[in-house]
Ligand binder design. Structure first.
Ligand code: C2E
Ligand code: MG
Ligand code: MG
Length: 320
């Protein structure tokens, strides 16, 4: 049964074509646009912690075209129109997921030019879900596109923060960011490029690079996500070197919105603890930590007899 479910999530029947001779402009005009989702998974608990939105084009004959066929070389105006559509669709899709009981933090891919040329903060202020538990949106920008003007980049990121929107550096390692520059960029998440993740359990160079990137991310207080995990051994290696979150065919392929919502509602991918439950657990952990400190204090500073009495006292009962 479990194997059948896993097969459903990771099956390759939903792979799009990559050689459709159609432009992004035509796709938008003909309304062939679809937004698919690939789960982001906590590598330890294997729970869903978010999902990345990925564009697809659906032809009238039912055929599916992947972004590799129409994004390279697309006109800037079409890329901006696509970005607007992607953001608005993701905001609506969040509400659909929430209606099915899962609060999922979504990420969308945006070209760096859209950060400057589109009023994204205003769009979010006007169109964002009103639910109090809306976790915000992540905008992924590829490393090779990152803006040169740090001052502008920081201003944009600051404004986006006011509408619960943060920036992720996509395909990290594929470009040539200097370490000094990385520290100055206003990103809160770093996604390790798939080329380093592949065979990181076998290839010592890739393993070393992943480890260095994870350390770097932690030092700069960035969340780190490994892209393109295809095997259990890669996932295990990444977990051992301290990478918390991953994405890849091992867990789930990108899937159409309907399939994603169905998977969430059937708990094929289990959402992480909701904010309320998480807060409760945090409080419980705080209490447990305090209790440990008190017990340590008692052990160190009280005579043996008193310790025996203290040990016999009931432990604090914490709310679950
Ligand atoms: P990306 O943002 O780095 O997205 C991850 C890509 O890796 C996706 O390809 C995904 O299907 C693929 N992938 C995920 N896990 C695995 C795995 O385990 N193995 C392999 N072989 N591949 C995996 P996809 O959907 O074809 O997208 C390619 C690129 O197109 C994206 O790379 C992103 O740069 C761009 N893109 C996709 N959707 C959008 C969009 O809505 N707007 C913009 N501006 N760019 C987009
Ligand atoms: Mg991406
Ligand atoms: Mg990527």
């Amino acid at each position: 049964m479990l194997q059948a479910l896993h097969k459903l999530l990771t099956s390759s029947t939903n792979e799009p074509e990559t050689d459709g001779a159609v432009t992004l402009g035509e796709i938008l005009r003909r309304d062939w646009f679809e937004l698919w989702y690939q789960p982001k998974i906590d590598l330890k608990s294997k729970r869903l912690v978010g999902a990345e939105a990925l564009v697809r084009a659906r032809k009238p004959d039912g055929g599916l075209i992947g972004p590799g066929a129409f994004l390279p070389g697309a006109k800037e105006a079409d890329m901006l129109a696509l970005t607007e559509r992607v953001i608005l669709t993701a905001l609506r899709d969040f509400e659909d997921c929430a209606a099915h009981g899962a609060v999922v933090k979504l990420s969308v891919n945006v070209p760096a030019s859209a950060l400057v040329k589109l009023p994204i903060a205003r769009m979010l202020r006007e169109e964002r879900p009103r639910a109090v538990n809306w976790p915000g949106l992540i905008l992924e920008v590829t490393e090779d596109e990152v803006m040169d003007d740090l001052e502008v980049a920081n201003e944009i990121a600051e404004e986006l923060r006011t509408v619960r929107c943060s920036l992720a550096l996509d395909d990290f390692g594929a470009g040539y960011s200097s370490l000094a520059r990385l520290r100055q960029l206003p990103f809160s998440e770093l996604k390790i490029d798939r080329s380093y993740v592949t065979d990181c359990n076998l290839d010592r160079v890739n393993a070393g690079l992943c480890e260095t990137i994870v350390e770097l991310a932690k030092r700069f207080e960035l969340k780190v996500v490994a892209e393109g995990i295809e095997t259990t051994s890669e996932s295990q290696t990444l977990l051992e070197i301290g990478c918390d979150v991953g994405q890849g065919f091992l867990f789930a392929r990108p899937m159409a919105k309907g399939q994603f919502v169905a998977a969430i509602s059937r708990r094929l991918v289990a959402p992480a603890k909701g904010p309320l439950k998480a807060r409760r657990q945090d409080r419980q952990e705080d209490h447990q930590e305090k209790d440990r400190e008190i017990r340590q204090d008692i052990r160190e500073n009280t005579p043996k007899e008193t310790r025996q009495v203290a040990a016999a006292l009931p432990r604090r009962v914490t709310a679950g």
